[in-house]
Design a protein around this ligand. Structure first.
Ligand code: SF4
Ligand code: SF4
Length: 385
């Protein structure tokens, strides 16, 4: 029988009582000592970009420490623990160190931090879209993954929560290559689902979500911090995302949740989840700002009528905000299609996008440290609305 349990609680602070809450949530979700005994456990936070915890782009250090402490409360024997994450840019020891440092993560979190850049191929013959993944070694070798994700909006997938956090097990800039290889957004989502399934079928997944201070607007890195005041735990990344989608007021609209439903990986409605803790209906926030790239309008939906042929024309596109751009080149390095260049404009360097090759992955927006990439609707849609 499928485990559709999601433990959900209203929680407003990063404080010392969070450990007990997470321990109770893990127990309710089905975690046991036997599940952890003699296991290699990898802890996967979301450290997508080097930003301080108050920017709400990354897992809060107190939340990470609390999740690790909660796991230790099970008293499992003969375990090994390691924190491992591959952020958005190059995967080098220097960049890993920088991410930990800026994001406020150190070994006081309760587990050693990974600094190795080793990765290994993991085959997944059952994958619908992708049957072979290169995965950072601490994750590939783990028996159990403690997925300590962050509750945010996301330009490409509308929400970033449990499933999306697993993309950070692909080493560094190989993530851009995967964006290029799966340039159709539907294919990209199927690939991400294959990645989660590869993990779910070979390991125990414990998904905990830091939704205390989350992000709305142009997440996962350039949005606005917003208190969601919620903590979630589930053994199923799909059920956790289904609950998170409802809490953010996006029910039925986050494409990766829709895909999980279609594949029978979670129920077709959050109402069918086995919710433990607080009532989900009382935690729903109805005014969370969606990413600009995900704002659906009457005209932007029309592309479905043309078999997708004019989808690109009507889709929201990235624009460089010349008032903010300092020509650092981060977007040039992160664009999977190599369609951004630095040009001289008014005596200073600025990024310029060649939109003909753009696949609308929004990596440029995600990795711009100065939030200088805007996403705008097609001019016709803007005029109509
Ligand atoms: S858009 Fe952002 S990432 Fe790109 S060059 Fe300008 S400041 Fe740097
Ligand atoms: S320009 Fe931006 S949205 Fe377009 S392909 Fe490059 S990174 Fe992706």
């Amino acid at each position: 029988m499928k485990n559709y349990t999601v433990a959900i609680n209203k929680y407003t602070k990063y404080d010392e009582n969070l450990t007990n809450l997470l321990f109770e949530q893990m127990k309710a979700a089905g975690v046991s000592k036997e599940m952890l005994d003699n296991k290699k456990i990898a802890i996967k936070p979301n450290l997508v970009i080097s930003k301080k915890p108050e920017a709400a782009a990354t897992t809060h250090p107190v939340f990470l420490k609390s999740a690790i402490s909660a796991l230790k409360m099970f008293g499992a024997e003969n375990t090994t623990l390691i924190v491992a994450e591959s952020a958005g840019g190059p995967y080098t020891t220097a960049t890993i160190k920088n991410h930990y440092s800026v994001c406020g993560i150190d070994e006081s979190c309760g587990a050693p931090l990974n600094y190795s850049t080793d990765a290994q191929i993991v085959m997944f013959p059952e994958g619908e879209t992708c049957k072979r993944f290169n995965v950072i070694s601490p994750i590939a070798e783990a028996d159990v993954i403690l997925n300590v994700c962050k509750l945010k909006t996301h330009s490409l997938t509308k929400i970033s929560c449990a499933q999306k956090n697993y993309f950070g097990i692909i080493p560094g800039i190989e993530k851009f290559e995967m964006h290029a290889a799966y340039s159709d957004q539907k294919d990209f989502r199927r690939m991400l689902c294959d990645l989660s399934e590869m993990l779910r079928k070979s390991k125990t997944l414990i998904n905990v979500c830091d939704g205390i201070l989350g992000m709305e607007g142009n997440g996962p890195t350039g949005g606005t911090p917003r208190k969601f005041d919620v903590v979630l735990t589930s053994l199923s990344p799909y059920c956790l995302d289904l609950a998170a989608e409802k809490i953010l007021g996006f029910e039925g609209t986050a494409p990766m949740v829709t895909l999980a439903k279609e594949k029978g990986l979670c129920p077709d409605s959050a109402d069918k989840l086995n919710i433990v803790g607080d009532k989900i209906d009382e935690l729903v926030i109805n005014d969370v700002v969606a990413p600009d790239a995900q704002r659906k309008t009457f005209l932007s939906e029309l592309h479905g009528l043309f078999g997708g042929k004019v989808a690109n024309f009507f889709s929201p596109k990235p624009y460089i905000n010349s008032n903010k751009c300092v020509g650092c080149g981060e977007c040039v390095r992160s664009c999977p299609m190599h369609t951004i260049e630095l040009v001289e404009k008014n005596g200073k360097k600025q990024a310029k996008i060649n939109r003909n090759k753009c696949i609308l992955c929004y990596c440029c927006q995600e990795l711009c440290p100065l939030v200088a990439v805007d996403v705008k609707q097609n001019i016709l849609i803007r005029l109509v609305h």
